[in-house]
Design a protein around this ligand. Sequence first.
Ligand code: UGA
Length: 413
Amino acid sequence: MDKPIYIHRFRYHFSPAKLSFWAFLSLSLFYFFFFHHSTSSPSDSSLRVLWGGAGWEYRVLRSSRPRSRAGGHIVLVTGAAGFVGTHVSAALRRRGDGVVGLDNFNDYYDASLKRGRASLLVRAGVFVVEGDINDSLLLEKLFNLVKFSHVMHLAAQAGVRYAMKNPMSYVNSNIAGFVNLLEACKTANPQPAIIWASSSSVYGLNKKIPFSEKDRTDQPSSLYAATKKAGEEIAHTYNHIYGLSITGLRFFTVYGPWGRPDMVYFFFTKNILKRKPVMIFEGPSHATVARDFTYIDDIVKGCLAALDTAKKSTGSGGKKKGAAQLRVFNLGNKSPESVGKLVSILEKLLKVKAKKIVLPMPANGDVLFTHANVSLAQRELGYKPTTNLQTGLKKFVRWYLDYYSDSGKKSAV
Ligand SMILES: O=C(O)[C@H]1O[C@H](OP(=O)(O)OP(=O)(O)OC[C@H]2O[C@@H](n3ccc(=O)[nH]c3=O)[C@H](O)[C@@H]2O)[C@H](O)[C@@H](O)[C@@H]1O
């Protein structure tokens, strides 16, 4: 019996060799466009960006969808693979908001820790776009693709002392990057409300204690602080000209699991465990250096409350339509502790005596003392920190020992 005609035709045009060639070609094209198509910004070839393509868009859209169609915010979190960014992204997703992360995974500190945080987020249902806030094309693409109701801007060049080593990284991320993001927000339709990370360091040489939002912030003692202060002024401008709703959060020395290895509680833990000395700074005439150390879970609650109470931006098509909300809040712990006390808590938790070296604080931009007055945040956001340093460090140490328990990761610290 003759074979049906279409089979003959099929055989005629597609010999097994030809068939595998075409199959290989189509699969390669599919793979290339769906997973690997990348676009880079022509403005700065040094930016390591990997975005674009149908697969990428699909992942962005899926991640941006709130769990329930009714209600639920749609949030772009910059710095999502950072310490605070990871915790905030996960908390937003857990409660059902749509969340798209953005992070440039730079190597300011161990990038594998950032990859670890991003893997956590993947499991939580958050896609983290690899890209830079200075990349206008990427931001335009994201805002065209997704109607973000909020931007939680946590990407920054952090750290006070590193500003003396690499000043331009602060200008690049905290000023240029912030302006670039606000430019994208102002033209987006709808304009999102913006919540962003300022810093307790804006109080600089302010002597009035506890620090209140009304106190002076015109005496920054580090370039880091100056760039955060500049951010607050820039926020004012974009609010004033374009009607963007903007909330700045002054974080006070945030610590906890998945934290930042450049911070004292983190690298002191490492040094104590390795029997290496820790340097405890002191002020003039042996003055105690202290911080209002604030636990990450309290900060996350503050961030979510700021987002939930943010009013909508008023502009559209890049034009202001009416006055918009502009706020700034302290998010601290109301309870400063000395660095010496932090070391004694760590010694007990790690069951290792620290090799302490006390020395005068170098002229490195650090301030002597921070102490937050959080009554404004308490009134407006219902913010109430509940974790003391002992309890918070216990949770940090538990995470640290677990995370670095396998030898591969240990060497990365
Ligand atoms: O809350 C803030 O505004 C800032 O908090 C931290 O900055 P910092 O408070 O300086 O936190 P650490 O770097 O952990 O330093 C804590 C204290 O330890 C002191 N220190 C630092 C290094 C050292 O070897 N020994 C030492 O005693 C510092 O002088 C400081 O008083 C973050 O690094 C900043 O990104 C953040 O914006």
